[in-house]
Design a protein around this ligand. Structure first.
Ligand code: IPM
Ligand code: MN
Length: 422
């Protein structure tokens, strides 16, 4: 996402653009979905005339068990020198829960100052959703999750563990700086979309953190008179999201609330297999990292049963961050086209293996027409399959039908990025 990093480090070689990409396959189904995403990347490179210098970075359970290392300073430095990171999944039943997740995933997000966890919730045409009656036109929102604070770094203490005298405290950290960064990003993004930001929190109980978030919302909102804003408690959000997702355009929220409501968002989209995310360094000081929202799913690992769509859509976000907007839109569109024909979204019933689906997306991509610059109305295989604002169909409450509605999330991100680095 960091335009300054991405664009300053793009080298011209043999007449083409070169991006340095770290690849962390990780554990469980991580390596197989990442491999499928790389097949898609190969096709994107061939069609759009750029190349990548890929560096495999062995992080995860195997590496931890072999070396005792979680995330070393050397690895952080190696990653810091890249333009972007493609990430599969980390977590294994062979390691006590929490060690790898905290020691690698959360450590990476913090070390690389990936302040925003961007999680689009978009239902693609033809994808079965468990929410009865939900249509793609009604489901197109983006959740902006603060990615470095809250209860994820709250600290705490336990005394007398294992006895009936046990006492555990668990804090939550909320700085004006990080909250402001997330809220400001959300308003900038909404400005490129349907013009509405919703703060999701629990201000009626978490009154201290809640007041800080609300204060920052008002402060930032004053600078964006063209963007509407409102507030929804996190418990109410769990009720509204499945019933009326069209109510939301950009939702900004605390780290833990964001973790929870994005799993719910993934359900709306057809399941975790389809959900993508970007851990964005918006300051341009280190690479952003793109990962499917599903975890390592060790129960189905190594059998080709995982859907690579979440990984492919994360690749699309990655390409957008690298300034390859046309490729990003085409990857998204090709993924949506393949998704539309799947009899099921995961497991044996998908009718094709993880690798086969990667090849299928790659071949649709290779044959596809030229997408307009993120214009969801272009002649791609699935009409409007780009992360086009569903608001163009009149679902949004604000500005429905405007030109901005029809631009893809990829284009929107590029505009936000340009504004941030201007
Ligand atoms: C996610 C995951 C992580 C999180 C875990 C694995 C630490 O659930 O990316 O949503 O809580 O952020
Ligand atoms: Mn999660």
């Amino acid at each position: 996402m960091s335009q300054s990093v991405a664009q300053n480090t793009v080298e011209q070689s043999a007449g083409g653009r070169v991006h340095r990409l770290a690849v962390i396959g990780g554990d469980g189904i991580g390596p197989e979905v990442t491999e499928a995403a790389l097949t898609v990347l190969d096709a994107a490179q061939a069609r759009f005339g750029f190349t990548t210098e890929r560096t495999d970075v062995p992080l995860g359970a195997d590496n931890y068990q072999a070396t005792g290392d979680l995330l070393t300073g050397d690895t952080v430095e190696l990653l810091r020198g890249q333009d972007a990171i493609l990430f599969g999944a980390i977590g294994s039943p062979a390691v006590t829960p929490g060690i790898l997740e905290r020691g690698i995933i959360l450590a990476l997000r913090a070390a690389l100052r990936q302040a925003i966890n961007l999680r689009p919730v978009r239902l693609y045409p033809g994808v079965p959703t468990p929410i009865s009656g939900l249509t793609p036109e009604r489901c197109d929102l983006v959740i902006v999750r603060e990615n470095t604070e809250g209860s994820y770094v709250g600290g705490g203490n336990t005394v007398h563990r294992g006895t009936q005298a046990a006492v555990a405290t668990q804090g939550s950290v909320n700085t004006w700086y990080a909250v402001h960064r997330a809220v400001d990003f959300a308003f900038r993004l909404a400005q490129q979309r349907r013009g509405r930001v919703t703060l999701c929190h629990k201000t009626n109980v978490l009154v201290e953190a809640g007041a800080l978030w609300s204060d920052v919302m008002e402060e930032v909102a004053a600078r964006f008179p063209d963007v509407e804003h409102d507030y929804v408690h996190v418990d109410a959000m769990c009720m509204h999201l499945p019933v009326a997702p069209e109510r939301f355009d950009v939702v900004v929220t605390d780290n833990l609330f964001g973790d929870i409501i994005t799993d719910l968002g993934a359900v709306l989209q057809g399941g975790l297999g389809v959900a993508a995310s970007g851990n964005l360094n918006i300051e341009g000081t280190a690479p952003s990292m793109f990962e499917p929202v599903h975890g390592s799913a060790p129960d189905i690992a190594g059998r080709g049963l995982a859907n690579p769509a979440g990984a492919a859509l994360s690749l699309a976000l990655c390409l957008a961050s690298l300034g390859e907007g046309a490729a990003a839109a085409a990857v998204e569109s090709a993924t949506a086209t393949v998704l539309a024909d799947l009899p099921a979204l995961s497991g044996e019933q998908m009718g094709a293996s993880t690798a086969e689906l990667g090849e299928r997306i790659a071949s649709v991509l290779a044959q596809g027409g030229t997408p307009g610059a993120g214009d969801g109305t272009s002649a791609e295989p699935v009409a409007g399959a780009g992360l086009a604002g569903a608001g163009s169909a009149g679902a949004g409450s604000a500005g429905a039908g405007s030109a901005a509605d029809r631009s893809s999330l990829m284009t929107q991100l590029a505009a936000v990025q340009a504004g941030l680095t201007a």
